[in-house]
Design a binder for this molecule. Structure first.
Ligand code: UDP
Ligand code: MG
Length: 316
């Protein structure tokens, strides 16, 4: 078997500080793996500039001029991590035997790539990077992230626990991924559904090499809601079940109210009316909100817009 050509895909949003460090480290890793005859010499890095507002694209251009194994694409505007990643994977698809996605901040230990490639050479089509610990994340980040996985699983979205978007995908897996035409993109939900032979590699999560997180709690929350509503209708069923339980309760309440009426002991009733109006009002609003989520998704899917627009290429 000839040595596989590997593309390492890095989504970059305002990563001018981290990128030079990351590029140096990963190019050195490519050299080492090529020396060990694990991958071919023409393996490369593909940086996807996600409409950064800082000098990220300039940094990519300079790095490309110094070593053309570092390639780049630049999205016309900021589309978010998932779309930047998809743009990169789809660009690399026909120019590699396998692509590995990794963040620009080296929080995910790049040395796990070696193990991923070994598994790929043993015939695995998708290899998930799984964090063995989150010691260096703050307590808050760790707790919210774990709540995020548990909540998703409870809501019927199957994901690989403690796996973010650090993974290897073979050419065939990328080909299959390209057939998913949905606009609400949640790669961590889609990729386990692709099938094929998968495996995991565990690694220690590190601190960011430079710059700061582009994923505050608010973005994580909306990411989680997006994931759930793109994959599962379970929230709707929960609302329905709540309605059903309330209906049963209502029978008892009606009996109580009627008994009170016939015993002439009914008081003005202001408290109970206020309570039920507020309670039912909030339930109805919640229900409408959830239905709205799905209607919103249908609306976006129906429009069938292109999911990203690449402005510049540096692929030679
Ligand atoms: N990222 C991106 N577009 C965005 C936000 C983030 O391409 O709108 C990239 C970012 O440059 C990094 C990766 O997504 O390579 C993960 O972001 P970050 O490290 O800030 O997230 P965290 O590790 O804190 O969850
Ligand atoms: Mg990070």
């Amino acid at each position: 078997m000839s040595l596989p050509r590997i593309a390492i895909v890095i989504p970059c949003y305002n990563e001018e500080q981290a990128l030079p460090i990351t590029a140096r480290e990963i190019l050195a890793l490519i050299d080492r793996m090529a020396d060990d005859e694990l991958i071919s010499r023409d393996s490369y890095i593909l940086c996807c500039n996600d409409g950064s507002r800082d000098a990220t694209w300039k940094v990519i251009t300079d790095l490309h001029a110094a070593d053309n194994r570092l390639k780049g694409i630049s999205l016309a505007h900021n589309r978010g991590h998932q779309y930047a990643l998809l743009a990169g994977l789809m660009t690399a698809k026909d120019a590699c035997d396998a692509a590995i996605s990794i963040d620009a901040d080296l929080q995910d230990d790049p040395n796990a790539i070696i193990e991923m490639v070994r598994k790929f050479r043993d015939g695995k089509e998708i290899v998930f990077g799984v964090r063995s610990s989150r010691k260096t994340d703050t307590w808050f980040k760790r707790t919210t992230a774990h709540a995020f996985y548990s909540f998703q699983n409870a809501m019927g979205l199957e994901t690989v626990y403690d796996h973010a978007d650090y993974r290897l995908m073979s050419h065939r897996a990328l080909e299959l991924l390209s057939q998913y035409g949905e606009s609400n993109l949640f790669l961590r939900g889609i990729i386990p559904q692709i099938g094929l032979e998968t495996d995991i590699v565990t690694y220690e999560r590190n601190e960011r090499v430079a710059g700061e997180s582009k994923y505050p709690l608010s973005k994580m929350l909306s990411f989680s809601i997006d994931g759930i509503t793109s994959f599962s209708a379970r929230p709707m069923r929960w609302i329905f079940m709540t309605g059903l339980i309330l209906l049963v309760l209502d029978i008892f309440i009606a009996i109580y109210v009627l008994l009170a009426y016939f015993h002439h002991s009914a008081i003005s009733g202001w408290t109970s009316i206020m309570l039920s109006v507020w309670f039912l009002g909030s339930l109805i609003l919640m229900g409408i909100g959830i239905v709205g989520e799905y209607v919103g998704k249908i609306y976006i899917e129906v429009k069938n817009r292109p999911r990203y627009a690449i402005k510049d290429y540096l692929l030679d």
